[in-house]
Write a protein that binds this ligand. Structure first.
Ligand code: GLV
Ligand code: GLV
Length: 317
């Protein structure tokens, strides 16, 4: 049976698939596969392992007449027309859990880098302005006793709350459903989105991107943020109306932002590039050796489970 992988993912997973007897083909270049090339290569595949940068739409799905499973190498799956795949009896899987700690670590990294002004610190040194120790140089904020607002209390939101709680923050969250562990373990209070935006010192976004969450943070409600607040996004860029965020940053209406994802990725708003209080990362939430290896293996194991052993997928969408 044939598997097509749209990028060279971790070799352990490729080796595993080959050991299981699959014929594995891989797009060899380290950039998103052009649509034409994808369509040409997937005609006879039994399984497809795409990346979050690949749009798996009706046209792509229609091409794969033999395909039984699309195993996304990502936890987010807004790149796939899941409803349409379902009508073709194609199973879609993603990679939850295995990247939770990695992504929560990055959310915390950005929170800390923002409140301790790490890019400004580096710039000051690069600019040869570290001339002596100064009582008022680059003062930031501590996390202890601050209100840490989590938007989306799923796996990653909860793991981020755990970290912020360990730093001594008070946790609040906004979520479509109650998360009892957040209450029990971190004494977290569930609040409305507007209240969260209005009272949080740190705000960290952990909702998936879908019709309900696009521009969840927008021109109207971004106005509620405190001038001392720090906004972190490791989810998807289009959850925040980026233009509106740029405006409030430009006007100094919030302290800083830590962004791993962007509305028009990989394009970054030119104004953001100029702001030294904004910490930027190139979508590296799951970029640890541990998480990426586990993501590749989970995608491969979903393929094997569905095609070889006739079992159910491990992590269906
Ligand atoms: C990364 O952004 C993912 O969805 O896995
Ligand atoms: C800081 O370096 C201190 O000694 O207080």
């Amino acid at each position: 049976m044939k598997v097509y992988i749209t990028r060279k993912i971790q070799s352990k997973a490729i080796k595993y698939l080959r050991e299981k007897g699959f014929k594995v083909s891989i797009y060899p270049e380290d950039k998103p596969i052009p649509k034409k090339v994808l369509l040409k290569n997937i005609k006879n595949v039994d399984a497809l392992i795409p990346l979050l940068t690949d749009k798996i739409d009706k046209q792509v799905i229609d091409k794969m007449t033999k395909c039984k499973i699309i195993a996304n190498y990502a936890v987010g799956y807004e790149n796939i027309d899941v409803e349409y795949a379902k009508t073709k009896s194609i199973i879609v899987t993603n990679t939850p859990d295995v990247l939770t700690d990695s992504t929560a670590d990055l959310a915390m990294t950005l929170a800390l880098a923002c409140c301790r002004r790490i890019t400004e610190s580096r710039k000051l040194i690069d600019d040869k302005k570290f001339t002596h120790w100064r009582p008022n140089l680059l003062l930031g904020y501590e996390i202890k006793d601050k209100i840490f607002g989590i938007i989306g209390a799923g796996r990653i939101g909860e793991a981020t709350a755990k970290r912020a709680h360990a730093f001594g923050a008070k946790i609040i969250y906004n979520s479509i459903s109650e998360n009892k562990r957040m209450k029990n373990d971190f004494n977290a209070e569930r609040v409305s989105l507007n209240k969260l935006l209005n009272i949080s010192d740190f705000i960290s976004i952990h909702v998936p991107s879908n019709k309900q969450t696009v521009h969840l943070l927008n021109k109207e409600n971004l106005k509620l943020l405190k001038p001392t607040s720090i906004l972190i996004n490791t989810s998807r860029g289009n959850i925040i109306e980026e233009k509106a965020l740029v405006e409030i940053l430009k006007k100094g209406k919030i302290f800083s932002a830590g962004l791993d994802v962007f509305e028009h990725e990989p394009k970054i708003h030119p104004e953001l590039l100029k702001m030294v209080n904004v910490i930027l990362a190139p979508h590296i939430g799951s970029a640890t050796i541990e998480a990426r290896t586990a993501m590749a293996m989970l995608a491969a194991k979903n393929v094997v489970s569905v095609l070889k052993t006739g079992n159910k997928p491990i992590t269906p969408v």
